[in-house]
Ligand binder design. Structure first.
Ligand code: PMP
Length: 426
């Protein structure tokens, strides 16, 4: 009998490079056939074979209220019936901007865009335009979307500017990007001491979710805040993933540190394409049409997407939402840790709000190097054992996982039971 996922994957590869529209979906890292999803509800989705999975990627973050939440679906249907896109402003965008400025610390103004990549790319341009400086700092292992100047890895020395991680990125672009080690405050001090007056901005994932899950130390974030203030550089928190995820007010509230600009995405679109960047009003005043930093979008602030986002923002503000999400995610992480360790593996898990990380390592990694030293082969086998048991984890040892409010006790317990079985076969 032909497996419908395999058939679809074979067809997809004829018309789409690698058969997917975003690389991690191809299962290249873990091997095997990607599942083609037909529908989703709550904490579950179903593939082309009608096999049900407990979903721990949640569309890589957006599905925080569970898939196909009835209120979100209704809001989308009602908005769609009023027209899909106008290319002129709407009240929905005003309400959404007001809501986000109300929730997110220090965000006085925002601009809506359609993807996290646009948000970070535009925030960088704004930081450069406002400071009239070219150089930027990012950290190895943080992902900020696929803008040219951010697809850069570390050069050979501390003050050497980076090398492109993608073909097609001219060195002339990457040469303005300095790539430093996450959680290494001394490096930041050294770099600012020598070229601080040339740095337009630091961009950082304050809870990193693109090298599995790694928490920034408070001291690391405090150091960058202090250095940016002292040298007139812009501090950009890329909260596309951790915003509205580690807590309602994101990493800024978690650490008690205010950025100058914040990038948002994922949750604020509730599964439709909405992202945003925002922050200090004096910085945002540099944006066109007021100022000289250009940025635009045909579908920016799209009314259907904004309806999904606004409804999601309402649901996550219901009393107890983050307490429950955090408790469920912690239960999952602790249960998996116990299962792995009881089976005798060097294994642990961590959770921050509704994000989690799984590590085949004796200790929770706190740096990119420690993360790269985790046992990728064991993860890959564990991934497939869990998949066979109906649990869909991120298909890579270096991606974080996501829990939704629909992941109830029974679902978490089923997952931990599946993990016990998986560890026994590993
Ligand atoms: N920043 C971070 C922290 C992200 O996790 C992502 C996407 N995973 C992006 C930016 C890019 O967002 P998008 O995929 O919507 O372009």
């Amino acid at each position: 009998m032909t497996n419908k996922n395999e058939t679809l994957f074979a067809r997809a590869q004829k018309t789409t490079p690698g058969g997917v529209n975003s690389p991690v979906r191809a299962f290249r890292s873990v091997g095997g056939t990607p599942r083609f999803i037909t529908r989703a509800e709550g904490a579950y989705f179903w593939d082309a074979e009608d096999q049900r999975y407990i979903d721990y990627i949640g569309s890589w973050g957006p599905a925080i209220v569970g898939h196909a939440h009835p209120d979100v679906v209704q809001a989308v249907q009602e908005a769609a019936a009023r027209g899909l896109s106008f290319g002129a402003p709407t009240e929905g965008e005003v309400l959404m901007a007001e809501e986000i400025c109300h929730i997110v610390p220090g965000v006085e103004q925002i601009r809506l865009v359609s993807s996290g990549t646009e948000a970070t790319m535009s925030a960088l341009r704004l930081a450069r335009g406002a400071t009239k400086r070219d150089k930027i700092i990012k950290f190895e292992g943080c992902y900020h979307g696929h803008a040219d100047s951010l697809l850069v890895k570390a050069g050979s020395g501390l003050l050497t500017f980076g090398n492109p991680t993608s073909a097609g990125v001219p060195e002339d672009f990457s040469k303005h990007t300095l790539v430093l080690d996450y959680n290494n405050s001394q490096q930041l001090e050294d770099v600012f001491q020598s070229i601080g007056d040339q740095i337009a901005c630091i961009i950082v994932e304050p809870v990193a979710g693109n090298m599995n899950l790694i928490r920034a130390t408070p001291e690391f974030l405090q150091t960058m805040r202090r250095l940016c203030t002292a040298h007139g550089s812009v501090l950009i928190f890329d909260e596309v993933m951790c915003g509205f995820r580690v807590g309602l007010q994101g990493a800024q509230a978690l650490f008690g540190i205010q950025a100058d600009l914040v990038c948002m995405g994922k949750v604020i679109g509730g599964g439709l394409p909405v992202a945003a960047f925002g922050g200090r009003a004096d910085l945002m005043a540099h944006m066109a049409p007021l100022g000289g930093v250009y940025q635009a979008g045909t579908l920016s602030g799209n009314p259907v997407a904004v309806a999904a986002g606004m409804t999601t923002l309402k649901i996550i503000q219901q009393p107890g939402f983050y307490e429950q999400l955090t408790a469920q995610t912690r239960k999952l992480a602790d249960g998996l840790t116990a299962a792995g360790q009881q089976a005798g593996f060097d294994f642990c898990a961590d959770a921050v709000g509704g994000m989690f990380g799984l590590y085949f390592a004796a200790q929770i990694p706190d740096s990119y190097a420690a993360m790269m030293a985790t046992d990728k082969d064991k993860f890959n086998r564990f991934f497939h054992l869990m998949l066979d048991a109906g649990v869909y984890l991120a298909p890579s040892a270096f991606e974080a996982g996501f829990v939704s409010i629909a992941h109830d006790d029974a679902i978490i317990e089923t997952t931990i039971a599946a993990a016990k079985q998986a560890f026994s076969k590993l």
